[in-house]
Design a binder for this molecule. Structure first.
Ligand code: CA
Length: 193
């Protein structure tokens, strides 16, 4: 009986760990077009077949030097690390000074802006942009009193075009601490049994 309980507990912990690994962004793969994203009135649209594995990708086109961006909703998020990942490809990656930026922005409980992490999305000269073959990924540490997060893909003065796909921000230590809590609960249970 105790064994069954332990297995059930393990299953519950595993389920929590898996769910907390979920992307905080809705429609980060743009398969639902630009739903859940704010975006500039002009210069932003969806291209079918241009994303990862021939899926849909968001396109920003600023060949005329205009400014454009795509922005997520504000999402509730309390402290910890965020793992980010974004696939992209650009048709004009000839300079390193000018490039798109992926911003992760943090807000306090009054939804006031606190700080941001700027991740440059640099194209590679001669690389094709089809399939969003380039990827930026890493981890950022959120400020302790953070309550909300959003992400922005910004043309940042870039004159050219780019595709973006599979944008994700995933809370990392939350799953670890939940795992720890689950393990502690199991140990307490074992000891009292
Ligand atoms: Ca896609």
């Amino acid at each position: 009986m105790e064994k069954v309980k332990s297995i059930l507990m393990l299953a519950a912990v595993a389920a929590i760990a898996v769910s907390s690994h979920a992307n905080l962004l809705e429609n980060g793969d743009f398969e639902n077009d630009l739903n859940e994203w704010y975006h500039s009135a002009n210069n932003v649209w969806i291209d079918g077949g241009a994303g990862v594995d021939g899926s849909k990708a968001a396109r920003i086109e600023t060949g005329d030097g205009s400014v454009a961006d795509i922005r997520s909703n504000l999402i509730e998020f309390s402290s910890g690390n965020l793992e980010y990942s974004i696939n992209y490809g650009s048709w004009q990656g000839s300079t390193e000074q000018d490039h798109y930026e992926f911003l992760i922005r943090f807000y306090d409980d009054t939804q006031s802006y606190m700080t941001q992490e700027v991740i440059p999305l640099i194209g590679e000269p001669g690389e094709g942009w089809h399939g969003c073959a380039l990827q930026a990924q890493g981890e950022v540490v959120a400020p302790g009193s953070v309550a909300y997060v959003d992400v922005v893909i910004n043309s940042a003065g870039w004159q050219g075009g780019a595709h973006f796909d599979n944008v994700s921000i995933v809370p990392e230590p939350a799953s670890l601490s939940l795992l720890g809590l689950g393990a502690a609960a199991m140990m307490r249970k074992r000891r009292s049994a």
